[in-house]
Design a protein around this ligand. Sequence first.
Ligand code: 2P0
Length: 321
Amino acid sequence: MSTATAVAHPNIALVKYWGKRDVPRNLPAVPSLSLTLGGFETRTTVTWGAPTDTVELDGAPAPEKAAAKVRAFLDLLDPQRPPCRVVSANSFPTGAGLASSASAFAALALAGAAAAGQDTDPVRLSILARQGSGSASRSLWGGFVVWQAGERADGLDSHGVPLLPADAWDVRMVVGVVSTAAKAVGSTEGMERSRATSPLYATWLAQAASDLDEGRRAVLARDLDGLGRVMEASTYKMHATMMTSQPPLLYWQPGSVACLQAVWRLRAEEGVSAWTTMDAGPQVKVLCAAADAERVAAVLAPHAARVHVLGPGGPARLEPA
Ligand code: 2P0
């Protein structure tokens, strides 16, 4: 029996992932670019060798669907594994568009591999984590990370690649939490629906590589306006693809629209370089300079239940035993 504990942060995509080229292997149809967020984290302990498989999430037995995903993920690490005990806790709301599955599977991959006495090379773990949840492939690294779509059928070239470490550019992501209700349609089902039915899906795929290039260049140049522009372009192309799926996927709530408009007003009327993004949920996230974060938080506050100001976070790490 051996035990390891890992901590990983969620990430927010700046150039978005939506669509799969292979569902069973969880291979993306597009490359993406993300920022790992400090402040929010998942802490996961894996005991390799226990009387039975048990999965605990935020202090209670995990719902069976989540527990089954965890057990299947541990089988990927080692098909001959012993029963394991997994205890995981998030410092932020689960399942509400705040990328809890990204930090969850990054932490599980690292803690599981360490507890099993396996190689903990982040490229290997990113490839594994991707199979639990696509965006988890990006949370092994801190700061700005590219997830390559890759071309190989086995997915070994589809993993995160660090672009700029957390301490290299001091931006903020201000998160307006509009609702913490669990989302109605999960990402895998939503992506497949868009691929099968949205007339915009082909355009979404065709423009993804140039959006990624533009985003990568803007990050390397620390060009906040340039990064914000391509982030908004990628975000609203993705949401247009979602909304034109059949039946439509609309993750927005009235409070989301109020947040978006408040940020756009702040930019237009006061010249603040603040840029919006949304994922598969109602939360609005705003990229801005550290010095502008409190002004952005103030315009979100009337429309959001909570506002969090988060800076770049570091890589997934093992806690000392
Ligand atoms: C992203 N999202 O790039 C995009 C933007 C949501 C919208 O990654 O199906 O849990 O497990 O690969 O990684 C969705 O979440 O999806 C996601 P799966 P995942 O962040």
